[in-house]
Design a protein. Structure first.
Length: 204
């Protein structure tokens, strides 16, 4: 496996949709929240280590606008979820990053208001490029859709991409392992949280 040793000063750690309304007690996707329970402690360690090392931590969150009319209704996933998101607004509890990860004083919170992809059509890659990021580390949910899409788009935007393999979740668990081995490994470098922290000079 190719190993990328990322420089903390030019690395951004992106937590994809790690918000209370998906991974917390009020989750709208209970099966995903249950699957994530095992890796949430790793997400927390990764966040704390990244901040300590000077890695830019970014939270990609979602909430709809225009009285819940901004969401894309084409994907079956959104057709199923849309009604349950009607109360989500910028300040709603369900939109905030889960407490195990938290939001540090220098973290960036980049919400989107439409779309299935967490990055397509957003300012995320432009912003990261402008602040000097060369490498993107992805963590969060889900391995089923969002992690794959974000990794593909980041590579096409000419970033080195690392996936924190034990800080992502999806359903079912065996599908996550299959995605890592047979799909994501062809797009990005796979590293554990411990490997990332060691490369940043942070104690695991």
């Amino acid at each position: 496996m190719t190993t990328i040793v990322s420089d903390p000063t030019t690395t951004a750690l992106l937590f994809v949709e790690c918000q209370n309304g998906l991974l917390g007690e009020s989750s709208k996707m209970k099966s995903l929240a249950a699957a994530a329970e095992l890796v949430i402690p790793n997400m927390g360690r990764l966040a704390r280590g990244a901040r300590s090392a000077g890695v830019q931590v970014v939270h990609l969150t979602y909430f709809p606008l225009a009285n819940n009319r901004s969401s894309n209704r084409r994907p079956p996933l959104f057709k199923w979820l849309n009604e349950s998101l009607s109360e989500w607004t910028r300040d709603h509890h369900d939109v905030q990053p889960i407490p195990e990860i938290g939001v540090g004083p220098d973290d960036l919170v980049l919400p989107r208001n439409t779309g299935l992809s967490p990055t397509y059509g957003t300012e995320t890659f432009k912003l990261l490029r402008n602040i000097g990021a060369l490498t993107i580390v992805l963590a969060g949910v889900s391995a089923n859709v969002a992690i794959l899409v974000a990794a593909t788009e980041a590579v096409d935007e000419d970033f080195d991409v690392i996936i924190a393999r034990d800080a992502i979740a999806g359903v079912p668990a065996e599908h996550v392992e299959s995605m890592l081995e047979h799909t994501l490994s062809f797009i990005a470098t796979l590293q554990t949280v411990d490997q990332l922290l060691e490369s940043w000079g942070v104690s695991a």
